[in-house]
Design a protein around this ligand. Structure first.
Ligand code: ADP
Length: 165
């Protein structure tokens, strides 16, 4: 099932949380910074040898001090107006994260709203993409959580989920 909650993703006791990382995988602001702070310095040590991640792909590390067992780092696109393949790249980020989760026997997974912070992807368009890919994988997981940080995002996802239903 797909579930929508408002929470700090670093607090979630799930098999894997998704990190909206940048291509360096060496940490950043927003959710990425929060995940690195909560996981502890071992997370950076684990990310360094991976050597980065192209936009739309995903990489996995342990969660270290997080309640989550794994962190799946994916890189969403920076929004440049929509003509630079941003929607397909965002879909790839969700799809590749879920594929990597499946390969690691993950049954519960939580996503932040990838690319909708500093990367500037329009929120509703991004949420439609996210839910569309999650629907395709719903049967493969016990739970796919949309972890909204703001009340506005929570409302948006709840509205879109009932539309899809
Ligand atoms: P991006 O660079 O991919 O846009 P950001 O981290 O700037 O990534 O924002 C992505 C989303 O993550 C935004 O909706 C932001 O509100 C949200 N976010 C920030 N911190 C957290 C957190 N601790 N838990 C869940 N979501 C968060």
């Amino acid at each position: 099932m797909i579930s929508i909650i408002q929470a700090d993703i670093t607090k979630l006791d799930v098999d894997a949380i998704i990190n909206a990382a940048n291509t360096s995988l060496l940490g950043g602001g927003g959710v990425d910074g929060a995940i690195h702070r909560a996981a502890g310095p071992e997370l950076l040590q684990a990310c360094r040898p991976i050597g980065g991640c192209p936009t739309g792909e995903a990489r996995i590390t342990p969660g270290f001090n997080l309640p989550a067992k794994w962190v799946i780092h994916t890189v969403g696109p920076v929004w440049h107006g929509g003509s630079e393949n941003e929607p397909a790249l965002l879909a790839n980020a969700y799809r590749n994260s879920l594929e990597l989760a499946l390969q690691n026997q993950v049954k519960t997974v939580a996503f932040p709203a990838i690319s909708t912070g500093v990367y500037g992807f329009p929120k509703e368009k991004a949420a439609r993409t996210a839910l569309g890919i999650m629907r395709q994988y719903e049967q493969c997981f016990n739970k796919i959580i949309c972890c909204c940080f703001s009340a506005e995002d929570l409302q948006l996802y709840e509205r879109l989920l009932t539309e899809v239903d």
